[in-house]
Design a protein around this ligand. Structure first.
Ligand code: GLU
Ligand code: ZN
Length: 297
């Protein structure tokens, strides 16, 4: 479902279905939901199922069941990226002149791609698969993040030409996320700071595709007691669905919000929507994973 430009705020939660939601992804879901609802906006759910080898078939339904257990009700139909491949293909071809084919291996490529294949005009053949990279301009990008403040990157020196279609033919997250955020008229992106590295790439894509950028808020990420980011790949545990009220109170307090007195999830969320203050979200880069939240499973 595509929303018309008349709604002033359209937010989204866009999990990759590599497993059920863990505490860190719940924090992103709650913050993006509250920010949208506080601003009388829509909150959309998009399943980013772009990379089948890394995904679990059960994950989308598990994620939805978890969101429902926490009364985080999304608006409209769920969008699955796996249904959007034609649009990614079209977007890619529309910016063809800003891209080039690359045969470098990941191993031989430093974090900032040095432009090795930029001017080689490599042809893709059956025996020589290529990645497609976006050529970034030599410019400094600056933007205002609602949580992190003013941020800036030098595209050529700190970011480099980046992959928008992989050698195995799959579209890269960077391209798909921007094409879909444009397609769904997303105005506000509230997500974890682990994605901040991706933001300048996405800003470069908005510009190349000729679209205005949304407003961003990058939240602190949740780390375990070894200071390691909770991630699905590292087998972070699924959030339990048994006692959402207590867990939501922990999330609110970690996000620097008032914790309302409430006996039901729906009363808690109602008050939390009213009280929500994005500027109270801590500027610290990390939140400790609360102890004991997994005990109730
Ligand atoms: N699908 C991405 C993830 O789960 C998040 C995309 C986004 O919020 O921009 O890490
Ligand atoms: Zn290359």
């Amino acid at each position: 479902m595509v929303h018309s430009g008349t709604t002033r705020y359209i937010g989204r939660f866009a999990p990759s279905p590599t497993g059920p939601l863990h505490y860190g992804s719940l924090v992103s879901a709650v913050a993006s939901f509250l920010d949208a609802k506080h601003n009388q906006g829509l909150w959309l759910l998009r399943i980013e199922d772009l990379d089948p080898p890394r995904e679990s078939e059960k994950a989308p339904s598990e994620i939805m069941r978890q969101l429902e257990a926490y009364s985080l009700e999304w608006d409209g139909e769920v969008l699955h990226q796996s249904t959007r491949l034609d649009d990614y293909r079209e977007a890619l071809s529309s910016i063809r002149e800003h891209t080039f084919a690359c045969t470098c291996t990941r191993k031989s490529t430093p974090t900032v791609y040095p432009g090795t294949c930029r001017d080689k005009a490599i042809q893709e053949t059956k025996d020589q698969p290529v990645a497609i990279r976006l050529r970034v301009p030599d410019e400094v990008l600056e933007f205002e993040d609602l949580v992190c403040g003013t941020l800036s990157w030098s595209l050529e020196q700190e970011v480099g030409d980046f992959i928008i279609r992989r050698k195995d033919g799959l579209f890269a997250y960077q391209l798909a996320v921007v094409v879909d955020d444009i397609y769904q008229n997303i105005t506000h992106i509230v997500r974890g700071r682990d994605l901040l590295d991706s933001t300048p790439r996405q800003l470069a894509l908005y510009r190349t595709l000729g679209h205005d950028i949304p407003t961003y808020a990058h939240l602190p990420i949740v780390v375990d007691r070894h200071q390691v980011k909770l991630s699905k790949q590292a087998h972070a545990r699924a959030i339990p669905t048994k006692d959402p009220l207590s867990i939501l109170k922990i999330v609110l307090s970690q996000l620097g919000q008032q914790v309302p007195h409430a006996d039901t999830v729906s009363d808690l969320l109602k008050a939390a929507i009213q009280n929500w203050d994005i500027h109270a979200v801590t500027g610290e880069p990390e939140l400790p994973e609360p102890t004991g939240i997994h005990a109730a499973t």
